[in-house]
Design a protein around this ligand. Sequence first.
Ligand SMILES: Nc1ncnc2c1ncn2[C@@H]1O[C@H](COP(=O)(O)OP(=O)(O)O)[C@@H](O)[C@H]1O
Ligand SMILES: O=P(O)(O)OC[C@H](O)CO
Length: 497
Amino acid sequence: MPYVLALDEGTTSARAILFDVEGKIVAVAQHEITQSYPQSGWVEHDPLEIWSAQIGTVSEVIARAQIRPSDVAAIGITNQRETTVVWNRQTGQPIYPAIVWQDRRTAPLCETLRQRGLADIVREKTGLVIDSYFSGTKIAWILDHVPGARAAAERGELAFGTIDTWLLWKLTDGKLHVTDVTNASRTMLYDITRGCWDDQLLAELQIPRSMLPEVKPSSLVYGEVAPHLPLAGVPIGGVAGDQQAALFGQMCVRPGMAKNTYGTGCFLLRSTGTAALMSQHKMLTTLAAQTGESLEYALEGSVFIGGAIVQWLRDGLKLIRSSSEVESLAQTERDNGGLYLVPALAGLGAPHWDPHARGLMIGISRGTSAGHIARAALESIAFQVADLLDAMNADAREPIAELRVDGGGSANNLLLQFQADILGVRVVRPAVIETTALGAAYLAGLATGFWTSREDIAAQWQVDRAFEPLMSRVHAWEKRQRWADAVERSKRWEEPR
Ligand SMILES: Nc1ncnc2c1ncn2[C@@H]1O[C@H](COP(=O)(O)OP(=O)(O)O)[C@@H](O)[C@H]1O
Ligand SMILES: O=P(O)(O)OC[C@H](O)CO
């Protein structure tokens, strides 16, 4: 059996990627996911569309690579995290659209939780800050707003799942209602040191425990694909949230190793091994992929708008026709011309956690060009990552030696050079930038003996290109000061007055 298949259900698309035993990509299929914005600050997906898109990619990849089920040793699942689906166990029908991680509708409920003095409890138990980003308040919102939902939940008729759980349910025809530790750690309901759902937090949000999936390690044979589906009988051997899967795919498994993924958002994760380091600087503590007996942890900084600002230049401002064009447009100018763009389009995530911040551009002059805007947009991605890394270094009291990078935006050389310059740290892009899918494949392959050990896998990791810092530290510091000033001006803009 020469292959492992990764199913990567991201925010904007579902992908199926087939890997061989050397960790090389053999075939890819991708389907876009429709984004719905029914109200300001709301973001929804259709769970049935997610399922049909994902299973469609499986059929496509099989056809493209001309393989049979017996050629696939295992399937690994990785997913956009926190996005919340609630469905009826009997009918298998979702009772409401999936509320996406970016959705801010539960900000008022989060404020109430803070006023009830729960911030420290949430942090100690879950490693998270109270924010509408996480699943807990999204589940509560569905129970409060869908007629009859709370009563049905109390009768045990409803199931909650993040996207991994939803796909596992569908792939096994309703046999499995499970999740893995990484996804559980993003719900704001899971005690990450005891390794269990937390009754106090469930009570605070009035969520019946019967709705929750069973929680398992990330590398394990969960079950097999149902008989009527493509790849029937193939074992599902790995499940992890996409950022933890990328951390694993980058083989950042020793304390102090870190990766940043430049996708729609930016997600910087730093392994802390078996120690659950609680941040003093508004970073999150989260569970890393579990491959053995012990729980492993990471510090995480999440930025909501990363590559999405490039999409805005493309779709909103129409300055470019494709995301990759942003690099050549930015190269038309030597520098940002004094222009700073704060991409707080959906508020600010870590380390600011300000849902009321909004985007701004400052420093506009008569000489400001489209090239400056492109440059300021790319720089804003790098500045946000630098803010995260500073906070993490302060928590871990040790700077990282290098930053491994992946995700769609990591194809951009100008961005990565600026990232290295502003951080003063080497930035390394691996040969395979689909590290999210690769991580899920590794987890599944480890569970089924396709790969034998972490060492076996680590030997496959290869550098495509390393970016060394070239900018003077004084110049970098000056730029960081200007950026910090711009960020302050973007805060609290949409605060109720
Ligand atoms: N060359 C590029 N430079 C900067 N950003 C890019 C580039 N190519 C793609 N992107 C951005 O990367 C994001 C897509 O990355 P991807 O890893 O596929 O995201 P996701 O998994 O969040 O859907 C988009 O927001 C896109 O605008
Ligand atoms: O789908 P992505 O790659 O933008 O990742 C989404 C994250 O998992 C949200 O926490």
